[in-house]
Design a protein. Structure first.
Length: 230
């Protein structure tokens, strides 16, 4: 029985190790030195900011050691909280640049969720590509970003396809989750540390019991918010 369990664990490790190799291979096939990826966290939340991250990889400078360290890199949704926290510093050490952009709740309500999301992704990409004179290709998870002067591609399910986008998804998710866990102390009663703002049964129950907090989005631009009659 122990041998079977050990074999299963080995297979899981093999699958996880291959994910980073597959994602980096996709970026390398783009045949440019610099690949920038952007992704966001919190778009479908009822509460809390929207956080976008941009990550720039320099494929002339990435070392074998760094690639091995990121062998488990994948879409942040495919990882546990603990695994994302382990990958976060590895991304920071391996990337040429990392930029994080946060948009507050009131800004989301004023501008609308979609416009806010696109602007945050654009600003994250601008940040990581600023002053890069050589060719750089910008990849965005599912969207094209307007008013942006760099070559770009919208990649469907990009966080599970491109290393740069997956790295950005890790940075955005970890950054936002940390903020929401700190917010739980300032706004007790809504269980932000548990659901980090997403529309879970416990979150909806907390809103019905306590009303909305200053961190709750009051616009109806979010499809998730339509689940509540507030």
């Amino acid at each position: 029985m122990r041998q079977a369990g050990s074999t299963a664990r080995s297979r899981r490790r093999g699958r996880r190790a291959s994910s980073g190799q597959r994602l980096f291979a996709f970026d390398r096939r783009l045949d440019v030195r610099f690949v920038a990826g952007a992704d966001e966290a919190g778009r479908g939340c009822l509460a809390g900011p929207l956080v976008a991250a941009g990550v720039l990889f320099d494929y002339d400078a990435l070392t074998t050691r760094e690639l091995r360290a990121l062998s488990a890199l994948n879409d942040s949704k495919q990882h546990t909280h603990e695994a994302r926290e382990e990958l976060y510093p590895l991304v920071l050490r391996s990337a040429a640049r990392v930029v994080v952009v946060s948009r507050c709740v009131r800004g989301i309500d004023d501008r609308g969720l979609h416009k806010t999301n696109l602007a945050a992704l654009r600003d994250a990409l601008r940040g990581v590509t600023a002053d890069i004179a050589e060719d750089v290709l910008c990849l965005v998870d599912g969207f094209s970003v307007a008013e942006f002067g760099r070559p770009q591609r919208a990649i469907v399910e990009g966080d599970a396809t491109s290393a740069a986008i997956a790295a950005a998804s890790i940075v955005a998710k970890v950054t936002r989750d940390r903020y929401m866990r700190h917010a739980d102390v300032a706004h007790p009663g809504w269980r932000f540390a548990e659901h980090v703002g997403y529309s879970t049964p416990s979150h909806r129950e907390a809103i019905l019991q306590n009303g909305v907090s200053p961190l709750h989005r009051m616009s109806f631009q979010s499809t998730a918010y339509q689940q509540l009659a507030l």
